[in-house]
Structure formats: C-alpha cells, structure tokens
Design a protein around this ligand. Structure first.
Ligand SMILES: Nc1ncnc2c1ncn2[C@@H]1O[C@H](COP(=O)(O)OP(=O)(O)OP(=O)(O)O)[C@@H](O)[C@H]1O
Ligand SMILES: [Mg+2]
Length: 608
C-alpha cells in the first residue's frame, strides 16, 4: 500500500545493473507524483551527467531512502517542550489566570446564526467560553466526545470569535494530524467567514506542505493558501506573510505547525493553539505546533493556551514500530484525559479544563444507534435535523430504514506483484449504487463518500466512477476521520477468511479493528450502504452486529447468509489452509510477518 511512500524531493538511489558498485542520486519529481506512484511509476530528476551517460534500455536497481522530515519535527517538538510550562504536559493543579481573555467583551454566538433552527448548544457554548476566557493557566483545555457532536464546529466558533474581534487582535494556530481534517476545518471556517461578510482570504491562511501537489489541495481553499500559481508549487511563507495585521488564523497539519519556527515565526506570535482530531496524533506530533509557537525560552508562564479536541474511541496514532508501541500509541489527548483533574468530581467535569459533548447532529437516528450502543454506553443523543432526505427513497430495502447491507461473494485479487488488494465485484456494486443515488435520489456526487481499506480498491473505484463522478470522495477510513457526507458507501473488500490472519497480524483491513469500524460507520448523515462478504464479516464482533441489525430491520440484500461455499484464491482456485495462502502472500518471516503485508497498511502514508 503506497509503498514505497515517496513525496516530492525524496532521494532515490540508482545503481546500474551493469555496474552495481556505482550509485547515483536522483530525486522524486514534482508533477503527478502520487497518481504515477499509484500506477507503479515514478518520475525522477537526474543530473545531466547521468542522463547523458544513460544507454537506452539500460536497467537500474532502485533504492528508496527514508525521508526523516517528520521524525525530525517530532524530535524538535520533544526538545522544545521544555520551553513549555510543565503543567501543559502534566497538568496537576491548574492555577488561575485572571484577566487573560482572548476576546474583548461579551461572547455572542456567531456560528450557525445564518442557519435557521441551528444554534450552538449549551455544552458547546461552555467550551467556547472556557477557552476564550482563558482563566486557567498551565493546563490544556480538552474538548472531546463521540462523532458528530460538533467538536470541529465548536472550534470554528472559537476561531470566529477571535478573528472577528477587532480589539484584542488575538491570533490562533489551528492544526490537525491529517490534511483532510485540516481542510474540513478550513472549509467550514471559510464558509462562516463568508456569511459574516468578511473577506475570508485576508483573515486566514491554509498552509500546505511544500511536498504536496496541486491536485491535493482542496479547491475551495486555493485563494487562501500558500499556492504559487506562477511557479506551480506551494511556497514556504515568510514570517510577515503569516504574522501580520490581516491574518489572524493559520490552519495546517501538525507537521507544518511544527515547522513554523523554521519559517521565522516566534514564540508569542500566537495566543492559542488548537489541535483537532488530536486523538489521531502521536504525542510528539500533537505537541509539535505548541512547542513551536507557545511558551518561551525564559520559562515565563503566560504562554498562550493549548486546546486538544478529539475522540479517544476513534482512530488513534498509527505506530508500526514494536519498540515504540508502548510509548507512542497513546495520544496526548487520551493520556491527559486519564489525569485526575480531567475526571468527573461529584458527577461533574471541571468545565474550565474539559467539556464532553454528547448531542449528535450528524447522523440519522438509525445510523447512530449501533455505534452509540457499542462505543458510548448508549449515551449518544440524536439532535438537530432528522437527516431524513433519503428515508423515502425507493432504493431502500426496508421502508424508512436508511441503511443497506449488500452481501456479495466477490474475490480478493491483486495485480502482478502489487501488495494491495481489490475486489472487482464490489467495485461494480459501488458504481451501481452511486448511479442510483445520483440519478434516482438526486444526490450530488460531492455529497457521496466511499470508504474502503485498501489503496488498490480506492484506485479501482475511482477509475470505475470516471470523470462523471470525479467529485465523489473515495479513500481509506483514515482520510475520512473528521469528515461527513450525506451518503456513505463502504466497500469492505475481504472475501476470503484465510487472509484474515494476515490482516489481524498487521492491523490491515476492517476486521478486528473497532476504531476503524467506529469511524467508518459514523460518517454518513442520511444513508449508509455497506458492501461485503457476510461470511467474512460475521466473524467480526462489530461488523457482525451491524449486519444482523440491518438484517433484522429488513435492509439486507444479496448473498444468502446461510450460503456455505469455499473461499476462492486470487487465481480463482479454491484454497484450504492458511499455509496455502501464506505461500501466495510470500515473504513470511519467522514471527509470521509478511513483508508484503507490512507494506500494505493503508494508514502508513505520511501525511505532511
Ligand atoms: N449546535 C449545532 N447545531 C446544529 N448543527 C450542529 C451543531 N453542532 C454541530 N452541528 C453539525 O453537526 C455535524 C457534525 O459536527 P462536527 O463535524 O463538528 O462533529 P465532530 O464532533 O467534530 O465529529 P468527528 O468526531 O467526526 O470529527 C456538522 O454538520 C455540524 O454542522
Ligand atoms: Mg471533527
């Protein structure tokens, strides 16, 4: 999966087959890098010397090198964390910090005021006030809660309050571990600023990493990003392009946030650092933006506030190194939530430090039911609009139930020696549903999201949808954390139970991964369609329960749940034992780890 993971500028080593003792250096070229890599191609830049010396048809061995940039940013974060007050890392007895408000005057809600019937709720308001009053020093503020409860929306409200306050001129750095989550935040803020009659591009800047390409930028954010149209690349902004009287909010990934110091930004330039989806970041990654801009080397205490938002029950940090598992796989959000000051006392949280949201505005009540029971002790409450737009759609299998499970008996396949999996049968079913909901129910392609665990399936689906449906979002679940769509279609791919041992050993796919399940099924607002092999999915506690709930409601179609048929290998041959498959997967070492399978983790992709 996305192996080798190459970004623009990565070093590649070439050795001619005829002269293996010689090594030349080349660099991954900028244009269309990701699309090419998906097809197994890579454009590289070589020096004129090599180019001239190259003989047509000459063969080279290619070695990819590790890009240390993200590790270096994490290391810097740890190094500079001693410039932060100790309480920001280990809050114990937070001290009062009176008269440090980040806004002037009384706080009046801004977000949603243009949307009839919507308004910020009591708990959201409590969080906004606690953050902006800023009357506790040396302790981070935590905003957490289940999916769709408006954590990101509350962050947007906080930023709006700051940005639209002409007197205090506070500045905020808002980050997220992934580019998609940073884009969600930036797009919502931009929309609200537009409604508030402000020239959004003057107030905010969305800084993308210079390793990204044009096609990876959200098209609504071009005007307020660091894209250089003439040079056709993202530029490295200087301090005065970030810290000036117009720009009041910077939005970027935690990685770029950690680089701001290198761009010339100084401590004290920002009053507030917010990390959304903080549960998905390792602690050094989460700390990177705070360590770059908060605190100061003299250890003064008034250093600006850190706010962490997220949900520890959704995807956590992805740590592949076994040595690092114990220390890095718990996020800072999760660690701090375990501390005494952040727990309930006499049935109540200290709202100066932590607010937990519970009203869910995103999902139709039937979509919300199962995740609420499985992950949130049935506490999740359906609020806001009923999301019943598709409740009377004639494509539903059970009247009024906007969830469908289509059981298919597809085939897990790979192409050539690619380590990634796909399932053509499911690709066809996905395309049919996209056609049905767009033509039959009038849903726009941009309101549809397709989630699937393997990159190859992502590409196959994108190809099958073609230009007509190019605005449908297709991606692995990691890309969807923080997002929502009116319609979500999940293609689970695995059709062969014998491969599950591999998936389990390497945390691949959807099976035995409750956090991936939770995120995948909580993105849909009005319609959720799951496509998969019931024999494979019924072996998993969560998918099995979802399938049976849908079946009981009458929303199940396709392959009979009782059907007993042998598993089919990639070549169409029946397979009997795990060993048969192990051979097919290749490279199994003594602890049962397949090098190929290791390469396959979809979320190993570095998101700069
Ligand atoms: N007070 C509210 N009134 C009406 N709609 C709301 C309110 N708060 C949030 N929403 C809507 O609910 C949906 C989910 O909100 P949001 O994406 O902020 O949730 P989240 O908690 O960040 O979810 P996730 O955990 O998936 O990131 C959005 O469409 C948002 O506009
Ligand atoms: Mg969110």
């Amino acid at each position: 999966e996305n192996r080798p993971s190459v970004v623009i500028g990565d070093k590649v080593l070439l050795s001619p087959r005829a002269h293996p003792e010689r090594t030349f250096v080349a660099y991954a070229d900028r244009k269309d890098l990701r699309q090419d890599a998906a097809r197994g191609n890579l454009k590289i830049k070589v020096s004129a010397k090599i180019r001239d010396a190259a003989v047509k048809g000459a063969r080279f061995d290619v070695r990819f090198t590790i890009n240390r940039a993200s590790l270096e940013i994490a290391r810097q974060a740890v190094l500079h964390s001693n410039e932060l007050p100790l309480g920001l890392l280990f809050p114990s007895r937070p001290t009062d910090n009176p008269r440090q408000e980040l806004v002037s005057g009384k706080i009046r809600p801004i977000n949603f005021t243009h949307q009839k019937g919507n308004e910020i709720n009591g708990l959201q308001r409590e969080a906004v006030e606690a953050i902006l009053k800023n009357d506790v020093k040396d302790a981070p503020f935590i905003l957490y809660g289940p999916p769709g409860t408006g954590k990101t929306e509350t962050v947007v409200e906080v930023i709006l309050q700051l940005v639209l306050d002409a007197r205090k001129m506070s500045r905020v750095l808002a980050c997220a571990p992934s580019n998609t989550a940073a884009d969600v935040l930036a797009c919502r803020l931009k929309r609200e600023l537009r409604f508030s009659h402000h020239h959004d591009s003057q107030k905010m800047i969305r800084i993308y990493s210079t390793t990204r390409e044009y096609g990876e930028m959200h098209k609504d954010l071009k005007e307020c990003s660091n894209w250089d149209g003439k040079k056709e690349m993202f530029f490295v902004p200087k301090r005065d392009q970030i810290v000036n009287k117009d720009i009041r909010v910077v939005i970027c990934t935690c990685f770029v946030g950690g680089q701001l110091r290198d761009f010339g930004v100084k401590k004290g330039d920002f009053d507030l650092v917010i990390v959304d989806e903080a549960g998905q970041a390792t602690e050094p990654d989460c700390l990177a933006p705070a360590a770059a801009v908060l605190g100061d080397s003299e250890g003064r205490q008034n250093c600006g506030r850190l706010v962490l938002c997220g949900d520890p029950k959704q995807l956590g940090p992805m740590v592949l190194s076994r040595e690092a598992q114990d220390t890095l796989s718990k996020s800072m959000l999760e660690r701090i939530l375990e501390m005494r000051a952040y727990k309930k006392h006499r049935g109540k949280y200290n709202s100066k430090l932590v607010v937990r949201l519970l009203d869910c505005y995103r999902m139709h009540k039937d979509i919300l039911k199962l995740p609420s029971r499985m992950f949130y002790e049935n506490e999740l409450r359906a609020e806001g609009p009923p999301h019943d737009r598709l409740q009377n759609w004639n494509g539903l299998k059970a009247r009024g139930l906007p969830i469908i499970f289509e059981g298919v008996r597809g085939k897990d396949m790979r192409e050539g020696n690619s380590p990634s999996w796909f399932n053509n049968h499911e690709v066809e079913v996905v395309r049919d549903y996209v056609k049905q909901v767009t033509a039959g129910a009038g849903i726009r392609p941009q309101s549809i999201g397709i989630i699937t665990p393997y990159r190859k399936q992502v590409h196959k689906i994108q190809k099958a949808l073609g230009r007509e449906f190019q605005d449908v979002s297709v991606g692995p679940v990691e890309d969807f954390q923080g997002q929502e769509k009116l319609v979500i279609i999940i293609s689970t791919v695995r059709s062969n139970r014998h491969f599950l041992a591999f998936d389990r050993a390497h945390r691949l796919g959807f099976i035995d991964n409750p956090k991936r399940f939770n995120v995948a099924v909580t993105r849909a607002m009005a319609l959720l369609i799951v496509i998969g092999n019931p024999r494979v999915l019924s072996g998993d506690l969560h998918w099995g329960a979802l399938m049976h709930q849908i079946q009981e409601g009458g929303g199940y179609v396709g392959m009979s749940l009782k059907e007993q048929s042998p598993d089919v290998g990639a070549d169409g041959e029946n397979r009997d034992t795990f060993e048969d498959y192990a051979e097919e997967m290749g490279d199994v070492d003594e602890v049962g780890i397949s090098n190929r399978a290791q390469q396959e983790a979809p979320n190993m992709q570095r998101d700069f």
